[in-house]
Design a protein around this ligand. Structure first.
Ligand code: PMP
Length: 443
C-alpha cells in the first residue's frame, strides 16, 4: 500500500463524484517534463492528454519556466485586475502577431478570466449586446464549457445535467460528422447539405428561427470526438453568416496555438470569424482566456464586462513565451508533419483491427473511433459505437505507460493530444503502445 494509493483513496472520498480524469486515469503525478509524467510510484507515462490540449510545449518547458521565474524575480505584482502592465503589453503584442490581419490590425481583446468557458460566455454576451438579439446557432456534439450560456451551447446532453441549464434560444444544427453523418458519408456532400439546411432555416419565414445573435462553432470538435469540419463547410458557414449580418464566433480554445497544423485552425479554410475564443495553450500551462473580435462589435460600455481574475501576470508571461516559441520554431508545421505520421500509422492499424471504425484529425489533434465490428451497420453504413472497448483501450494504454483520453458522442473515441514538441521516437512509441493496447482490449 503506497503513498500514491493513500492519496487516491483520500481524493475519492473527498472529491465530488463528478471527478472525471481522476477516475479513468488513477495515477498520482509528482513530476513531469515534456511529454513524460512520473507517478508517485515511480512509473513513467507518455502523456497524450497534455492538460486537455493545454500544454503546447509539454510539461515544464524551460522557456515557460524561465518566463514565470523572470516575473517572480522582478517583483512585479502577481495580481493586477485589468490594469495595464508591461507583462500584459508583451502578451497582447505576441498574441496579435499571430492573428489574421483583419483582427490583428483593428481587432479588440477582452481578458475574460481563467477558463475557456469564461471566454465563451463573454463571446455570447458580446454578440447578444451588439446585435440586440438573443438566439444562438450552435452544433450537435459541440463542447463550449460548463457555465450557463456555454453549457447551453454545448451539444452533449450528458454534461448538461439538471433542467434549467438548457436554453430555448439555442438552435442546434448538424455538424458535418462524416462517419455518422445523417446526410450520408462523402465529406463534401454532407457539408453541402448541412450548409443548405442552415441557410434554409434562417431564410424560410416558416422555419421558426428568429434572426440569431450569432453562430458558434469549433473548427475541429474536440470533446465531441475529434471531428475536423471540412474547409468548404467552414467557408459556407462564413458566407451564410456574413450575408445575413450574423456574427460568427470561432471557439479555438482547444484547436489554437499550432495544434491543428496552422497557428489557428481557421487558417486552413482562410475564413476570418468575427469573434475568436482563446484559452488553454495561450496561457502556457496557466489559466488564461480571452476573446478577440472585430472593432465593429466593440459595443460594451466601460464596466459592461468584468471579472477579478483577468490579469494573471504569471499566465500572461508563460503565454507570451509559448506563443513566441511556437511561432519562431514553426511548431504548427511540426504538428502537421507529425500528425500526418500518426494518422498514417493509425490508418495502418485499421486494416488489422476491424474495431477501428474511423481514424481522423488535423495536426496533433487525433481521434480513433471504436466500434462493434460484429454488429449490423446502421442506415448510413456506420457500425455502432463501442464505448466499453474504448475504455478498455484506455486502461490497456495506461498499463503500457500511455495516457490517452476518451471523447465523442458515445465516449467511444480515443483522443490523442500530444504536445507539439513530441519527438519522432515518441510518435513511434505512441503508435506501438496503442497497437498493443487495441490488440489486448479487442481480444
Ligand atoms: N471550448 C472548447 C472547444 C473546449 O475544448 C473547452 C474545454 N475542453 C472549453 C471551451 C471550455 O474550457 P474550460 O474547461 O477551460 O472552461
Amino acid at each position: 500500500f503506497t503513498e500514491g494509493d493513500a492519496i487516491l483513496r483520500r481524493q475519492s472520498q473527498r472529491e465530488s463524484a463528478a471527478r472525471t480524469y481522476a477516475r479513468s486515469l488513477p495515477i498520482v503525478p509528482v513530476r513531469a517534463r515534456g511529454m513524460t509524467i512520473e507517478g508517485a510510484d515511480g512509473r513513467r507515462y507518455l502523456d497524450c492528454l497534455s492538460g486537455a490540449g493545454t500544454l503546447a510545449l509539454g510539461h515544464n518547458h524551460p522557456v515557460v519556466l524561465e518566463a514565470i521565474r523572470r516575473v517572480l524575480d522582478s517583483g512585479a505584482p502577481l495580481h493586477v485586475l485589468d490594469l495595464a502592465t508591461p507583462v500584459k503589453d508583451a502578451f497582447t503584442t505576441a498574441l496579435f502577431e499571430t492573428l489574421p490581419p483583419e483582427l490583428a490590425d483593428r481587432g479588440r481583446i477582452q481578458f475574460c478570466g481563467p477558463a475557456g468557458t469564461d471566454a465563451v460566455e463573454a463571446a455570447i454576451k458580446l454578440v447578444r449586446t451588439a446585435t440586440g438579439r438573443s438566439g444562438l446557432l450552435a452544433f450537435s456534439g459541440a463542447y463550449h464549457g460548463m457555465t450557463a450560456a456555454a453549457l447551453a451551447a454545448t451539444g452533449d446532453t450528458s454534461v448538461q445535467g439538471a433542467a434549467g441549464v438548457t436554453d430555448g434560444r439555442v438552435v442546434r444544427l448538424p455538424y458535418p460528422y462524416n462517419y455518422r453523418c445523417p446526410f450520408g458519408t462523402g465529406g463534401a456532400a454532407g457539408a453541402e447539405l448541412s450548409a443548405r439546411l442552415t441557410a434554409h432555416l434562417l431564410d424560410d419565414p416558416k422555419g421558426g428561427v428568429q434572426p440569431p445573435a450569432g453562430m458558434i462553432l469549433e473548427p475541429v470538435q474536440g470533446e465531441g470526438g475529434v471531428i475536423p469540419a471540412p474547409n468548404a463547410w467552414l467557408c459556407r458557414m462564413r458566407r451564410i453568416t456574413a450575408d445575413r449580418g450574423i456574427p460568427l464566433i470561432a471557439d479555438e480554445v482547444q484547436t489554437g496555438v499550432g495544434r491543428t497544423g496552422t497557428f489557428w485552425a481557421i487558417e486552413s479554410s482562410g475564413i476570418v470569424p468575427d469573434v475568436m475564443v482563446l484559452s488553454k495553450a495561450i496561457g502556457g500551462s496557466l489559466p488564461l482566456a480571452v476573446i478577440v473580435y472585430r472593432e465593429e462589435l466593440d459595443c460594451w460600455q466601460p464596466g459592461a464586462h468584468a471579472g477579478t481574475f483577468r490579469g494573471n501576470q504569471l499566465a500572461m508571461a508563460a503565454g507570451t513565451a509559448t506563443l513566441t516559441y511556437v511561432r519562431e520554431n514553426d511548431l504548427a508545421g511540426r504538428a502537421a508533419t507529425l500528425g500526418a505520421r500518426l494518422l498514417a500509422g493509425l490508418c495502418g492499424l485499421m486494416g488489422r483491427h476491424p474495431c477501428i471504425g474511423d481514424v481522423r484529425g488535423r495536426g496533433l489533434m487525433i481521434g480513433i473511433e471504436l466500434v462493434d465490428p460484429a454488429a449490423e451497420p446502421d442506415d448510413y453504413g456506420s457500425l455502432p459505437a463501442a464505448p466499453g472497448l474504448a475504455a478498455a483501450v484506455q486502461r490497456e494504454a495506461l498499463r503500457r505507460g500511455l495516457i490517452v483520453e476518451l471523447g465523442g458522442r458515445h465516449g467511444s473515441t480515443v483522443r490523442l493530444l500530444p504536445p507539439l514538441t513530441v519527438t519522432d521516437q515518441q510518435v513511434e512509441a505512441v503508435l506501438d503502445r496503442l497497437a498493443d493496447s487495441i490488440a489486448a482490449a479487442g481480444r
